[in-house]
Design a binder for this molecule. Structure first.
Ligand code: NAP
Ligand code: 3JM
Length: 337
């Protein structure tokens, strides 16, 4: 019997919020890993991470880190990606990059496997993983676009602090304690208190008044759905939730929408779990989505005035489907070929 191939996999940013989840998902899904190479900065080099029941020493990311590596999963920020993804690709790796560094490059595929797996060409060097808020939205929008053709999407996000990394998770914990004890809150990651607050500010502001996070949702949605005519009007908000992003979405379409038919459509859409029984108080919740793979969709209801529009509530684990899981699903598409 032919032996199944195994792959040498590097995880760049293995000690971070996304990198840690990458290690556990590689293990959970029994990804055929031969050797695992956890990489991080000099700060964490020498630490150990657990993988498949073994302790593996974290190494410092360097230009020669990628010799003999087949697949490199990057989540160490945009500037690290800009510098090291091309080096890894040149060393012969397939690179899957979680940062925004290459997403809008016209020669780089931007992939959500449920939506546009075909975008992964035959000779991928670098493949970009979309932004967390975009990924969960397009998983739900794709079946709607195929059936009713989407014209415009108005979206407000409720994004968890884990999307800003490990330090932000600690900041919400410590500020919550400080605020409850009547102490002054200490701010480091966010410009304002995040505990018991909502910040309409994710990533940096642009001259237009929109944030970069908001423009990621606009531009990435069009690229992944392969339709530049789709209008997206976004407001991205950081909320005091640890894991999973929620989104309130109004979708306007060319065709009139039958809400019952749409429910059936979403109920069988790949990667979607329909949770839509308000009479039983069942709707998607961040605490339920955390740790799960599916994008949960609910609160499906016709727009009050426009028969060609619906409202939805979309929730997913930002570290899983929004980052690590989507990247590993891309790798799975590649190795199936
Ligand atoms: P994090 O918890 O702050 O972790 C950052 C990781 O990057 C750590 O492992 C850190 O290692 C490593 N790192 C930092 N500077 C480095 C350097 N100079 N050389 C090598 N490694 C370095 O952040 P995170 O939430 O995991 O996010 C990491 C990145 O993933 C983000 O910056 C973003 O680009 C991307 N991301 C993407 C999505 C998405 O939606 N696709 C979602 C979240 C994040 P040390 O332990 O040595 O500091
Ligand atoms: C999510 O480059 C950096 O400092 C990271 C910024 C960042 C990004 C990004 O732009 O790559 C933090 C969290 C993302 C993302 O997925 O777009």
């Amino acid at each position: 019997m032919e032996k199944k191939p195994k792959y040498n996999v590097a995880v760049v940013g293995a000690t971070g919020a996304v990198g840690r989840v990458m290690l556990s998902i590689l293990e959970e899904r029994k990804f055929p890993v031969d050797t695992l190479l956890p990489l991080a900065s000099a700060r964490s080099a020498g630490q150990q991470v657990e993988f498949a029941g073994r302790k593996i020493t974290v190494q410092e990311l360097k230009a020669d880190s990628f010799e003999g590596v087949d697949i490199a999963l990057f989540s160490a920020g945009g500037s690290i990606s800009k510098e090291f993804c091309p080096i890894a690709a040149k060393a012969g790796c397939v690179v899957i990059d979680n940062s925004s560094a290459f997403r809008m490059d016209k020669d780089i595929p931007l992939v959500v496997p449920e939506v546009n797996p075909h975008a992964i060409g035959d000779n991928p060097g670098i493949i970009a993983n979309p932004n967390c808020s975009t990924i969960q939205m397009v998983v739900a929008l794709k079946p709607i676009h195929d059936r009713y053709k989407i014209k415009r999407v108005v979206v407000s996000t409720y994004q968890s602090v884990s999307g800003s990394g490990q330090k932000a998770i600690e900041e919400l914990k410590s500020q919550t304690g400080q605020a409850l004890n009547g102490q002054a809150v200490a701010k480091a990651v966010y410009p304002h208190q995040i505990a018991f607050n909502c910040l309409p500010h994710i990533d940096v502001f642009l001259d237009s008044g929109y944030t970069k996070e908001e423009m990621k949702m606009v531009n990435e949605t069009r690229k992944i759905m392969e339709d530049d005519s789709i209008q997206v009007s976004p407001t991205t908000v950081r909320v005091p939730v640890f894991y999973a992003h929620s989104e309130a979405v109004n979708v306007e379409t060319e065709q009139e929408i039958d809400v019952q038919e749409l429910r059936t459509l979403l109920g069988s859409a790949p990667g979607v779990r329909l949770v839509d029984a308000p009479s039983k108080t069942e709707y998607p919740l961040a605490v339920d989505a955390a740790g799960r793979d599916e994008v949960m969709v609910g609160r499906i209801r016709a727009d009050l005035d426009n028969p060609r529009a619906v409202n939805l509530w979309i929730v997913a684990d930002n570290l899983r489907k929004g980052a690590a899981l989507n990247a590993i699903q891309i790798a799975e598409v590649l190795i199936r070929r």
